[in-house]
Every structure is written in C-alpha cells, then in structure tokens.
Design a protein around this ligand. Structure first.
Ligand SMILES: [Zn+2]
Length: 107
C-alpha cells in the first residue's frame, strides 16, 4: 500500500533524499509514481540530476512558482547558510571611537 504524492511541493521535498538514495522504499515508489505523470516534476528531476546549483536560476524560470518556492524552502532546510534574502549582508563592524578628550595632556 503506497501513499501517493499529490503535491509537487511534497515531491520536491523528498527529492534530496531520493537522489541520495536514503529515501524509504515506499516513499521512493510514491515519488516515482508522481514523477511518472507530472510533467513539470519530470522535467525538473531530469535537469536536477544533470545540473547542479549553477542552473538553479535557469530552472526557476521554467518551473512552476509553487515548485520554485518549495525548492527554496527545501534548500534552506537542507543547506546551512543557504538563504535567498541578503538583508543580513550588511553586518560591518561598527568601530567605536572613544571621545576621550578629557584625558589629553598638553606639554
Ligand atoms: Zn509534480
């Protein structure tokens, strides 16, 4: 008895384990069943296997919006440090300059 995957987002979330071969037999069957009838996912997996992170942007342009979002969320969870927003990019050290003019000695 196999629990079928109806959502592409679930398919994507399992993809990492699937490609690593660490997915359970039942999940693998469910995933392959979904992949056998879902053209966007078929195309995605084929390209995903061949290419890597380099083609991510190209892939994103061809993928359904739902799939893109799911993949990004998946990558965020799977890869430490992976993030799409660069809000924390500006974390320069704010060097403080002590204004100790009261301790200056003139001779
Ligand atoms: Zn799908």
């Amino acid at each position: 008895m196999v629990e079928l995957i109806e959502q592409c987002s679930e398919c994507v979330s399992l993809l990492g384990d699937y490609l690593e071969g660490s997915l359970s037999r039942e999940r693998t069957t469910a995933l392959e069943t979904h992949l056998s009838r879902c053209m966007p996912c078929i195309t995605f997996v084929r390209t995903y296997k061949k290419t890597t992170v380099l083609a991510r942007e190209t892939l994103a342009a061809q993928m359904p919006r739902e799939l893109v979002t799911s993949l990004q969320q998946f990558l965020k969870g799977a890869i430490p440090g992976f993030t799409c927003d660069s809000k924390k990019g500006d974390c320069g050290s704010s060097a403080q300059q002590p204004d100790s003019s009261s301790d200056t000695k003139k001779s």
